[in-house]
Design a protein around this ligand. Structure first.
Ligand code: TV7
Ligand code: CA
Ligand code: ZN
Length: 388
């Protein structure tokens, strides 16, 4: 194997923005940017910041807001970007007009203080990660504040305002011919799928819960792309309660032949942590180790990799998963016992472990063996169309 981790350390870059963690969607809203603070404390607690290239993304120091806005406009409409930019200066009536006209759900996507700044922060941090891959400065580039996969051209959706993934991939397409996008958030990656539905240069695949009016209600097995993009999109609809073994087995058996056939020059992996057991919104039963095994497997393929965050609504578990996966990127196995002087340590009680067991109060696995097998067979059939 050419990409030999025994002789060459994986070059990992960690892209973060000190400001993003300070924003609030509102007191009852499940999306908590605070989970990024927990994640960063855990990562530095384990000393991982010492083994990676650190990029502190700072909008104030970056005098290229114009350049950033031009990249955003490669996907989002001018009208929508102007709306986001002027939110705080506009009258409430003007804002309400845009919300109604575009059927925006402002419970899911509230207008909170500093919203535009928050959006520029996570988007510029994803672009920073993309840039280090474009310039071949890293093998793996990480931005846990990104991965907001639902945002649409004209409007926010499902807690996502700017689609940093689409914006990032469009930028990466300048240097890379084929990009594979993998999404393990429990929700369907509809915004990213839609953006690249007509092209064969970006292959999108999402694993998600499907059925029973679960948001965003798209992502059926039958959605596989159109025109030039036909067969360059896959969906893996799943039911409640799927566990590590079944999920990782399905994941590997699909991703392996897919990468073999499509031969991507880069992989963008959205690591939404709401697929973990006990998530406040999710209904799967993955453990930190099971979720991380997907990341480990993708890393083992030896293709340049961008790791992004996404959903995740039980903050201590989100931080456990993303810290563990930062370790995986660096070929490090982290000890189970959490660091001694960890801020917010009480959030990790009673186990104070990086890999807590799920316990007995989990949801029943509704994915039968036959259902999973049928799903796998159909997906493998789709992948065979790729060879021509
Ligand atoms: C990537 N589920 C985003 C996932 C986006 C899910 C939804 C909520 C929710 C919103 C709240 C809230 C909530 C307990 C949960 C059909 C509706 C039902 C709004 C109340 N509590 C990602 C989006 C999803 C907002 N939306 O993939 C404020 O749950 O199901 C829906 C839509 C209409 C709107 N209502 C919910 O993980 C980052 N929202 C409490 C307060
Ligand atoms: Ca998904
Ligand atoms: Zn989600």
């Amino acid at each position: 194997e050419l990409n030999n981790n025994l002789t060459h350390k994986t070059r990992v870059s960690y892209h973060r923005n000190a400001d993003t963690i300070n924003y609030h969607y509102g007191p009852f809203h499940p999306m908590k940017p605070f989970r990024l603070r927990l994640t960063d404390h855990l990562i530095t607690g384990y000393g991982l910041h010492n083994v990676m290239d650190l990029y502190e993304v700072d909008l104030e120091q970056n005098n290229n807001i114009n350049l950033l806005e031009n990249k955003i406009l490669k996907f989002h409409s001018k009208e929508y970007l102007t709306f986001l930019k002027n939110l705080n200066d506009n009258s409430d009536q003007e804002n309400k007009k845009y919300l109604i006209k575009n059927d925006i759900d402002d419970n899911d996507c509230p207008i909170f203080h500093g919203l535009y700044r928050y959006c520029l922060n996570y988007t510029s941090t994803t672009l920073s990660a993309i840039e280090s891959i474009k310039q071949n400065k890293s093998d793996i580039a990480i931005n846990w504040s990104g991965g907001l996969h639902h945002a649409k051209k004209f409007k926010p959706s499902g807690f996502c305002y700017l689609n940093d993934i689409v914006i990032g991939i469009l930028d990466l397409l300048k240097t890379h011919a084929r990009i594979l996008y993998i999404d393990i958030d429990i929700h369907h990656g509809d915004g990213v799928q839609e953006a690249f539905y007509l092209t064969d240069r970006v292959f999108t695949i999402s694993f998600h819960k499907y059925g029973g009016y679960f948001f965003p209600m798209t992502g059926a097995l039958q959605e596989t792309g159109v025109e030039k993009g036909k067969n360059y999109c896959l969906n893996v609809p799943l039911m409640d309660g799927i566990k590590d073994f079944e999920y990782t087995q399905l994941f590997k058996s699909i991703i392996s032949p897919l990468v073999e056939s499509y031969n991507p020059e880069c992989i963008v992996l959205q690591c939404g942590a709401d697929s973990l057991g006990y998530d406040r919104l999710g209904t799967f039963n993955l453990t930190v180790k099971g979720h991380g095994e997907c990341v480990k497997f993708v890393k083992s393929l030896g293709v340049p990799l961008v790791l992004l965050g996404g959903g995740g609504y039980t903050p201590p578990n989100v931080s456990r998963a993303w810290c563990y996966e930062t370790g995986i990127a660096n070929d490090l196995i982290l000890r189970e016992k959490l660091p001694e002087n960890l801020p917010f340590k009480k959030y990790y009680s009673p186990d104070y472990s990086l890999y807590p067991e799920l316990g007995d109060s989990i949801l029943t696995d509704l994915n039968s063996k036959t259902f999973l097998n049928d799903t796998r067979i159909r997906l493998l059939e789709q992948i065979r169309y790729l060879q021509g």
